[in-house]
Each structure stands twice: as C-alpha cells, then as structure tokens.
Design a protein around this ligand. Structure first.
Ligand code: COA
Length: 282
C-alpha cells in the first residue's frame, strides 16, 4: 500500500473521518438507522481502515457512532433479509467483509485503537467493541446481546468476542436473557475499560488517546499485538514468542527507544521509567 498523500480524507458517506492532533475519529454514520452495519457500511469501513493504517495523521484510531448510537449491530434488512436470497459465494463475501473490519483487521491494527461507545450498542457491534484495544463508554450507553430476542444466536464471532472479555456467568446471562445493561455495568464487568458521563466521553477519550500517542509506536504495536497473541499460547511458546518479539523490536524501532531510555535513566539520570515516558527523539 502506498503512503497517503496526507490531503484526502477517506470515507465520507457511511463512515466519517476527522483528524485531530494524531487522533483519527472514525464515526459510523447511519444515525437514522442507529448506525446498523450494512454491507455498504462494511465495505466503506474496510477501505477507511486500509487508508488510515498508512496515514501519518492517524496515530490512534477512535471508533464511535453518529447521533445517539454506537451501533445497533448488523442491519436486519440489508445484512440478513436481503442476503438470504444470495448464493453461498456472494453471501460469504458479505460476511467476510464485515468480519474483516470488525475484528480481523481491527484486532491486530498497526495503530492503537479505542471504541468510544456513545449510545446503543447491540449484537454485531460487540465485535469492534472488543477488537479495539481499549473501550470507553458513556454511563448512559445501552448494551445488549439481543439476538435471543429475535430467534438467533450471537454469531459473526460475537460470542467469541464476548467470551474473550466477559466472565462466563455474565456472558451466558446476557446471551440467554437478552437483557440490556448500561455503561457502568459494562465497565464493572470488564467489557469496557471505564464509563464516564456522556458529557465527558469525548474529552476522556481524547485524554486517553493522547497517552497512547505519546508512547514509542513500535513498542506500542508490539505490546498490544503480543498481549492478544499470547492468550492462545502455552507458557513455553509464549516465553519464546515474547523473547523473539523483544529482540525483533530492537531492529525495527527507528527511534531506538530502548537504548535512548536506558541512557536517560542510567547515565543522564533525567527520567524514571517507573513514573514517566523517556524523552523521545533524544
Ligand atoms: N437493522 C436494521 N435497521 C435497524 C436496526 C438494525 N439492527 N436498528 C435500527 N434500525 C432502524 C429501524 O428499523 C428504524 O428504521 P425506519 O426509521 O426506517 O423504521 C430506525 O433504525 C430507527 O429505529 P427505531 O427502532 O425506531 O429506533 P429507537 O431509537 O426507538 O430504538 C434500538 C433503537 C437500537 C433499541 C432499536 O432500533 C433496535 O432494537 N434495533 C435492533 C437492535 C438489535 O437487535 N441488533 C442486533 C443485530 S445483530
């Protein structure tokens, strides 16, 4: 993929992108349909994510929704009913495009990511919620695994996402009852990192994004990917993998952060790693 020309703004229809000091605010934009995920929205989101991955204006990705919803999940009309008549090949293509942005790409995105849950968050929306590295919700947001209410199961990897971050009792409770819960409860269960009043949501998300942006990007990327990869490894494989990544990083890090930080701590005594970042670019 070529470097972006740093002028064009990706998306613009069903997905809006706004840049602000290294943060790419990415907004699912079908407020009149509560940002339900249609095949067209998935295609546009995938192309936005492709573009932002190589765009210097994006050093942290924030996904949110327009209006009063994060997303009402998969579009019952365009994603389900209208694809029922498709042959297996075309149906698989639609499902793959959704999976691609919602978790496969997002899970191992090159930039840190935050899901900013501003309102309704149902079913299929749990994929991007969990695949983002961090999540902040409005206390007033409403979450639900509503599939049981309309006679299906949380497929499209929603149950996989839920079982990665929620405990088994909570995951089963909400899957089996279809009850809704708010942002505070989502934070209490570990589905999101924290919940704040809606009026503070953007400000708190911006604050967190700035912290992520301030870190060494090579270390950031390697750390978050590794944290996810080792979950499915045994201790021996994990030890080996992490050591290999640590060594690989020293070759890949253009700012040679490790050496610079060690010198600032051990020789110059200008910073304490336990308490702050080393001074980058020195
Ligand atoms: N798929 C398709 N359309 C959806 C949708 C979805 N998941 N969620 C909302 N919409 C549409 C509605 O059909 C309606 O369209 P219309 O104006 O053309 O009639 C519009 O969005 C507004 O929805 P409405 O139900 O009137 O809004 P609300 O604010 O009263 O309620 C929700 C919001 C999210 C509680 C409600 O829309 C809902 O239950 N949506 C389905 C949630 C769900 O089960 N998602 C799981 C899918 S995997």
């Amino acid at each position: 993929m070529s470097q972006s020309d740093n002028t064009a703004i990706p998306g613009g229809k069903l997905v809006l992108v706004e840049f602000e000091d290294g943060i790419a605010w990415v907004t699912l934009n079908r407020p009149e349909k509560r940002n339900a995920i249609s095949p067209k929205l998935s295609d546009e989101m995938l192309s936005v994510m492709n573009a932002l991955e190589c765009d210097e204006r994006c050093r942290c990705l924030v996904i949110t929704g327009a209006g009063d919803s994060y997303s009402a999940g998969m579009d019952l009309k365009e994603f389900f009913r209208e694809t029922d008549r498709l042959d297996a090949e075309h149906k698989a293509a639609v499902v793959r495009s959704a999976a691609e942005w919602q978790w496969r790409r997002l899970m191992y995105y090159m930039k840190p990511s935050i899901a900013m849950v501003n309102g309704w968050c149902f079913g299929g929306a749990f994929n991007s919620l969990v695949a983002c590295d961090l999540a902040i919700a409005a206390e007033e947001a409403t979450f639900g695994l509503s599939e049981i209410n309309w006679g299906i199961i949380p497929a499209g990897n929603v149950l996989k996402a839920v079982s990665a971050v929620m405990n088994q009792r909570d995951a089963l409770y909400y899957t089996m009852t279809g009850e809704t819960f708010d942002g505070r409860k989502a934070a209490h269960m570990g589905l999101v990192n924290e919940a704040v009043p809606r009026a503070r949501l953007r400000e708190r998300t911006r604050e967190l994004a700035k912290v992520l942006i301030s870190k060494n990007p090579t270390a950031m990327r390697t750390a978050k990917h590794a944290c996810k990869r080792v979950r499915s490894m045994d201790w021996e494989d994990s030890q080996d993998y992490l050591f290999a990544k640590l060594e690989q990083m020293q070759f890949l890090d253009p700012e040679k952060g490790r050496a610079s930080a060690m010198s600032q701590f051990l020789d110059k005594k200008t910073f304490r790693p336990g308490l702050q970042n080393y001074e980058r670019g020195r």
